[in-house]
Design a protein around this ligand. Structure first.
Ligand code: ATR
Length: 275
């Protein structure tokens, strides 16, 4: 049987084995998928040990190893190259390893599935860390009217914006003050900061939030994040957490490995019921 795994540290919390085992059942694919605690000292040892077994065909990689994985593989997809991060490794027939990043496709698919167009929309991306970088290229590929990247540390937002050969992207400081100098409104606000993990609200004016048709937070859990609760209170019609993105990125990985696309809606529903 073909073997797959997800590497992270910590890894106990990962829902990927459950997601992929439902995908495998749905699509009648015979495979094993397990979680493995990666080595913080030498992550390449963890990958090499796993792939020394010929039945190992691919793996997912999560925090804090996505950058290490990008250095380890033999070649990178365009998304992985742009993000300098790999969340999916595919073992090729010739024994080489391809690194891809399915996070951006996962996010885009989930936004579209929730009935919101990205094409011609004005996007506000909060955060300029690894999570933002991992999705930026795929968002831009949907031809939004413009993207503003707002980050606590303005220089990081500006550096990230400058990576895109796309005129209508700009970086700025994430603060009330900077929103005063920005004209117009945003249709979609995406929170990629880790503020939600510590129950903090990113510094965005209520008037900016209330004009959005969708506010998306990449984190997920039993309760809506403080940011999504706040957006809901302000009357934003769609407040979406990152559970759909998690399942969609997994589905994209599954497709890369097995060539078939599972039904993600059933899996999202099942995971939601477990919270
Ligand atoms: P990740 O891989 O999850 O993106 P990261 O690369 O460490 O993690 O980036 C964390 C992001 O969350 C950064 O954009 C960070 O802002 P800074 O670059 O200014 O540090 C942002 N962040 C973390 N805590 C935040 C908070 N309380 N308010 C606003 N932004 C926050």
């Amino acid at each position: 049987m073909d073997n797959y795994a997800v590497f992270g540290n910590p890894i106990e919390q990962s829902k990927s084995p459950e997601i992929h085992s439902i995908f495998a059942k749905q699509t009648k694919q015979k495979l094993n998928y397990v979680k493995i605690l990666g080595s913080l000292e030498k992550f390449s040892d963890s990958l090499e040990a796993f792939f020394s077994d010929p039945s190992a065909k691919g793996c997912n990689v999560t925090a804090p190893f996505k950058q290490d994985a990008a250095k380890w593989v033999s070649s990178l997809s365009e998304s992985a190259k742009f993000g300098e991060a790999v969340n999916t490794i595919i073992k090729q027939e010739d024994g080489s390893f391809t690194g891809d990043n399915t996070d951006g496709v996962g996010l885009v698919t989930d936004i579209l599935t929730n009935g919101v167009e990205i094409k011609n929309a004005s996007i506000l991306l909060l955060g300029a860390g690894g999570a933002a970088r991992g999705v930026l290229k795929d968002i831009a590929a949907q031809s939004p009217s413009n993207i503003v990247i707002a980050n606590r540390t303005a220089a990081k937002a500006e550096a990230l914006a400058s990576l895109l050969p796309f005129a209508k992207v700009q970086g700025m400081e994430l603060s009330h003050r900077s929103f005063d100098s920005i004209a117009g409104h945003f249709d979609i606000i995406i929170n990629s900061t880790s503020a939600s993990l510590s129950s903090e609200l990113p510094d965005v004016p209520d008037t900016t939030i209330s004009q959005a048709s969708m506010v998306y937070d990449m984190v997920y859990g039993k309760q809506l994040s403080k940011f999504l609760q706040h957006a809901k209170k302000l009357g934003v019609p769609k407040t979406i957490d990152g559970l759909g993105m998690l399942v969609e990125q997994a589905s994209e990985s599954f497709h890369l490995w097995r060539g078939v696309r599972p039904d993600t809606s059933e899996v999202v529903k099942k995971l939601r019921e477990q919270f």
